[in-house]
Design a protein around this ligand. Structure first.
Ligand code: SF4
Length: 448
C-alpha cells in the first residue's frame, strides 16, 4: 500500500544531510511519495526501512513480463485509475491468434502479417507484441510442432492457450525458454497448470467462470508461490467484460485487494465474429484497462488505429513528445538552401519535416527546444520569442553551413520577426506560412 510523504519521512534518518540532492529529509520523502525520487538516492536508509519502503512502493498491480530479450513485454504496474492523474505505465500487449488447426500456409501468412504490420509515427515504431497459440485439435504433438515453428520464426512473446495441462506441457517443450504466458489455469486444472508455471518459471493466467472465481484462483496461485499472474474474468459479453476490467482496476488500486492486483487478458476474438466489431471492442479494452488484447487476426485498417490509440493513451500527458534540439538536414541541403526554424514538439517536427520533404527542396530545419511545446503554445508561453530564438540560432552552427542569412519562421510567430532582426544583425527574417500544408508553395518562391 502506498505510503504518504509523512509516513515515509518517519522512516528516513532525519539528518537533513542533503546528499540526496534536496535540502531536507522531508522534501525527499515528499518527492518519494510523488514518484519523483528513487529511494536509492539516500545512502543512509536502514535495511529495515528499505524493506518497508520497497514493499510500500510496489505498484498495486503487479508487473508481469512475457517473453525474453528485447521483445519481452511488461504488462501491469499501473498506479492510477485515470491517465490524467499521473500516467499509464505499460501499454497492453496486442496479440494475433494462431490455431493449431490452421494449415501451414495460413500460419505462415499470419506470422508474415505479424512481422510486416509495423508503422512509424512521430519517430516511434508501432507494432504488435504477442502471438497467441490456441489448441483446437487436442493433439499434443500437433500443438508442440506449432509452438516450435512459431518460436523459431519469431522472437515475439508467446501465449500458450489450452485448458489441457498436457497440451500446455507439449507447447512448453518447444518454447519454455521464451517464457510464454500459460493460458489458462481453471478451477479444474489449477494444480497441474500451477506446477507447469512453477517448473518453467513462466507467467500464468487464471480463467474464472466469473470474477469471484478468478480471484479465488489467484489466491491459490499466490499460496502456491506464484506471483506472475494474469487475470481473465471469463466474461465474454462486452458489457460484463468491460465491467470486470473496471472492477479489477478499482479493487486493486482503491481497495488494495491483492487477489485482483494483477494485469488482465481480454479476448475480443471470442466476443464477436465481426472483424470491425472486434476492433471496436479491442479499442475499448485498450482504453480501459486490459493488459493483453487478443485479436482473431490482424488487418492493417484495424490494427493501425488500435496501435495509435494505444500510443496516445499511454503517452505521459505531463510530458509532451519532444524531438532533440539541433539542425536537421532534409534532402541534401547546401549553402544556398533555405533555413527554417520550428519548435521541438514531435508532431510539429514531423509535420514540418514531412512537408519540406514532399516539396523536394533540400532545406535546413532548425529545431529549437521549447520543452515539447507547439509553435503557438511556445510563443504564447514566451519560449519561442525573439530573445530566445536568436541565441539558439547563433549557437546552432547554421552560420557555418549557409552563405545567405535568411531565416524562415513559422507564420504563428510572425510577431517576432522585427525583434528577431534586431537580435540577429545581418539576418533577414521571412515569415513562413501558418499551416504546414502551405510550406511547399512557400518554398517554391525561395531564392537565397
Ligand atoms: S540523503 Fe537521506 S538523510 Fe540525507 S537529507 Fe536526503 S533523505 Fe535525509
Amino acid at each position: 500500500m502506498a505510503l504518504t510523504g509523512i509516513e515515509i519521512f518517519k522512516l528516513l534518518p532525519k539528518t537533513n544531510c542533503k546528499e540526496c540532492g534536496v535540502p531536507t529529509c522531508l522534501a525527499f520523502a515528499m518527492n518519494l511519495a510523488a514518484g519523483k525520487a528513487e529511494l536509492s538516492a539516500c545512502p543512509y536508509v536502514s535495511e529495515e526501512a528499505k524493506e518497508k519502503l520497497q514493499e510500500a512502493s510496489a505498484p498495486p498491480i503487479r508487473v508481469v513480463t512475457i517473453g525474453v530479450g528485447d521483445k519481452a513485454l511488461k504488462v501491469g504496474g499501473e498506479t492510477v485509475l485515470f491517465r490524467h492523474e499521473k500516467r499509464f505505465e505499460n501499454p497492453p500487449g496486442v496479440a494475433i491468434l494462431i490455431k493449431d488447426t490452421m494449415d501451414d500456409a495460413e500460419v505462415d501468412a499470419r506470422l508474415k502479417r505479424f512481422k510486416e504490420l509495423q508503422y512509424e509515427r512521430v519517430g516511434l515504431v508501432l507494432s504488435p507484441d504477442l502471438i497467441a497459440l490456441k489448441d483446437e485439435s487436442g493433439d499434443a504433438s500437433k500443438y508442440e510442432a506449432l509452438a516450435g515453428k512459431v518460436a523459431k520464426g519469431s522472437d515475439a512473446g508467446i501465449i500458450l492457450m489450452s485448458e489441457n495441462p498436457d497440451i500446455l506441457a507439449a507447447g512448453l517443450k518447444a518454447c519454455a525458454d521464451k517464457k510464454p504466458l500459460l493460458y489458462a489455469a481453471t478451477k479444474d486444472n489449477l494444480d497441474k497448470v500451477a506446477a507447469l508455471a512453477k517448473e518453467n518459471s513462466c507467467p500464468v493466467s487464471v480463467k474464472g467462470s466469473n470474477l469471484d472465481e478468478a480471484a479465488e484462483m489467484t489466491e491459490k496461485l499466490i499460496e502456491a508461490g506464484l506471483q506472475d499472474i494474469v487475470i481473465d474474468s471469463g466474461a465474454r459479453t462486452v458489457k460484463q467484460a468491460f465491467q470486470d476490467q473496471i472492477i479489477i482496476r478499482g479493487a486493486a488500486l482503491v481497495k488494495k485487494y491483492k487477489p485482483l492486483g494483477f494485469p488482465t487478458i481480454t479476448i475480443p476474438a471470442e466476443m464477436t465474429d465481426n472483424p470491425m466489431k472486434e476492433a471496436v471492442i479491442a479499442s475499448m479494452f485498450i482504453a480501459k484497462y486490459a493488459g493483453i488484447v487478443v485479436l482473431s487476426d490482424f488487418q492493417g485498417e484495424s490494427l493501425f488505429p488500435l496501435l495509435v490509440e494505444r500510443m496516445n493513451v499511454y503517452t505521459d500527458p505531463q510530458r509532451p513528445l519532444a524531438t532533440t534540439e539541433g539542425i536537421y538536414e532534409i534532402g541534401t541541403p547546401g549553402e544556398d538552401s533555405p533555413v527554417l526554424i520550428t519548435t521541438n514538439f514531435s508532431l510539429t517536427y514531423f509535420l514540418v519535416s514531412g512537408e519540406i520533404e514532399s516539396s523536394r527542396i533540400p532545406s535546413w530545419l532548425l529545431v529549437m527546444d521549447t520543452e515539447g511545446l507547439s509553435v503557438m503554445t511556445a510563443w504564447a508561453a514566451g519560449k519561442f520569442v525573439a530573445d530566445a530564438i536568436a541565441p539558439f540560432v547563433k549557437k546552432s552552427g547554421i552560420e557555418d553551413k549557409v552563405k545567405h542569412r535568411k531565416l524562415i519562421i513559422p507564420g504563428y510567430a510572425a510577431a517576432e520577426s522585427g525583434g528577431l532582426e534586431e537580435e540577429l544583425p545581418g539576418w533577414e527574417v521571412l515569415v513562413g506560412p501558418r499551416e504546414g500544408s502551405q510550406i511547399t508553395a512557400f518554398l517554391k518562391t525561395w531564392s537565397p
